[in-house]
Design a protein. Structure first.
Ligand code: ACO
Length: 435
């Protein structure tokens, strides 16, 4: 642990003479962290934090979030600056290596990624095993997990070169896997990657093109896709990243770990929210139905959430939501889509919710998913592809965090404890003697 201990906390267990002195560690920024590893040995008690709201599960140098100030930094660089000036592959280099590349380093990195874009030809057969209407995320979970059966030459997690090749393979192949999931749904032929194209451009090509015609990717859409990918590239220890780390802590191979991350991302409380936002907007249907919808959200018994609002860490505007809201307007404008009813409805819903006491009191602001679905819909993606696109973008974050964990000398298998509230020990009774 490199965070230095400047202070300590001493805890005394009531009714005993037992106490524990816990070092308080400081990172480079962010709240201090009490190192509780001694607490069980000293006091015989565990700590309880369901949902990990107050638990730092690892040390990381990759991404920093200040949820109160609405700040997001990748390796120290503000997301706003990266969104404006960088490219997705440059951000991938930054996340994986810690520093921005020189032009030569970037060229070499881009070539490295682009050379891995094809899938083993036998992986095509996997698609045929799915129902024609399979959700792209179901296909992604299956196919990404299956990669470990194809790339045996990069599975030694203790070999830095293997780790690097697996990272390149994953980042490079995800757009192909996602685009093919869509092609399988529509019944169109799979399109092979074109390595003369940029990363986002290549994905749009494989997604939209058909072999019968020439296809030129719209540069406005390629830039918007690249931006969306930058915004989703990493987000600290969120549920899917923590899933990747926990899976990886057992020594599982990186393809299996990323498949676990995809499964975790799929849920509507996480990456599945972008798809859920569009469904919610369609269900609301019209601005006049907003008040009724919001009363249902506020009704404790209803389980209805305002999708795309709220975040475990951001208690202020999600900085990604601000960037994507502007991009959404720009893309709709550039594509000549005027007065999109869903965007109008989303804007009105946002305005009303931001002034509603329920949301103000709970510090619930729009998150990135509130707008990403609208922009993706305008770009021609079906809603079922939204979370798959998130998975493509987040792969670099997952694999960078996984590699950081493997290289951490303090890394151990992740193994939480519990408060057991079930029955105490009892004797087994034969069926006739029960009840
Ligand atoms: N709509 C209505 N109420 C909400 C919402 C919401 N979207 N989010 C939180 N609340 C309420 C909760 O009911 C709770 O109210 P209470 O104090 O009266 O019980 C309070 O706000 C605090 O919420 P928690 O559930 O404790 O917040 P938590 O940090 O556990 O959840 C989460 C965060 C899962 C993101 C939640 O806000 C949510 O479900 N939002 C909608 C789904 C969504 O947009 N997810 C995307 C997250 S961003 C991402 O993954 C890219």
């Amino acid at each position: 642990m490199s965070g230095s201990a400047k202070r300590s906390i001493t805890i005394t267990l009531d009714g005993t003479n037992k106490s524990s002195t816990l070092p308080v560690l400081s990172g480079s920024i962010g709240p201090e962290v009490a190192d509780i590893r001694r607490i069980y040995a000293d006091l015989g008690i565990f700590t309880y934090d369901p949902g990990y709201g107050a638990t730092a599960a690892c040390e990381s140098k990759i991404t920093y979030i200040d949820g109160d100030a609405g700040v997001l930094l990748y390796r120290g660089y503000p997301i706003e600056q990266l969104a404006e000036h960088s490219s997705f592959l440059e951000v991938c280099y930054l996340l994986m290596n810690g520093e921005l590349p020189t032009p030569a380093q970037l060229r070499e990195y881009e070539m490295g990624i682009l050379r891995h874009t094809m899938l083993h030809e036998q992986i095509r057969q996997f698609y045929n095993g799915f129902r024609r209407d399979a959700h792209p995320m179901a296909v992604m979970c299956g196919v990404v997990g299956a990669l470990s059966a194809f790339y045996h030459d990069s599975l030694d997690i203790n070999n830095p070169e293997h780790r690097r090749i697996s990272a390149f393979r994953l980042i490079a192949k995800m757009p192909t896997i996602a685009a093919w999931a869509h092609k399988y749904n529509t019944g169109q032929p799979f399109m092979y990657p074109q390595n003369r194209l940029g990363y986002a451009e290549n994905f749009l090509y494989m997604f939209n093109a058909v072999p019968a015609e020439e296809y030129k990717v719209n540069p406005i859409l390629a830039r918007a896709m690249d931006l969306i990918m930058i915004l989703h590239a990493d987000h600290e220890q969120n549920a899917s990243t923590s899933t990747v780390r926990l899976s990886g802590s057992t020594g599982a191979n990186p393809f299996a770990c990323i498949a676990a991350g995809i499964a975790s991302l799929w849920g509507p409380a996480h990456g599945g929210a972008n798809e859920a936002v569009l469904k919610m907007l369609a269900d609301i249907g019209h601005v006049r139905n907003i008040p009724e919808f919001l009363s249902e959200v506020k009704d404790k018994g209803s389980h209805t959430k305002l999708m795309g609002f709220g975040h475990r860490v951001y208690k202020n505007y999600d900085p990604r939501a601000k960037i994507i809201q502007k991009a959404c307007h720009d893309v709709l404008g550039e594509l000549g889509i005027k007065g999109d009813p869903l965007l109008d409805l989303a804007l009105e819903l946002e305005k009303i919710a931001l002034n509603d006491k329920y949301f103000v009191d709970r510090k619930l602001y729009p998150n990135v998913d509130f707008y990403s679905g609208i922009i993706l819909k305008a770009m021609g993606f079906p809603t079922s592809m939204f979370t798959a696109l998130f998975a493509v973008s987040r792969t670099v974050g997952w694999i960078s965090q996984w590699a950081e964990m493997i290289e951490d000398p303090e890394q151990r298998i992740g193994r939480p404890r519990q408060i057991y509230t079930g029955p105490t020990q009892r004797e087994y009774l034969p069926p006739g003697q029960r009840g």
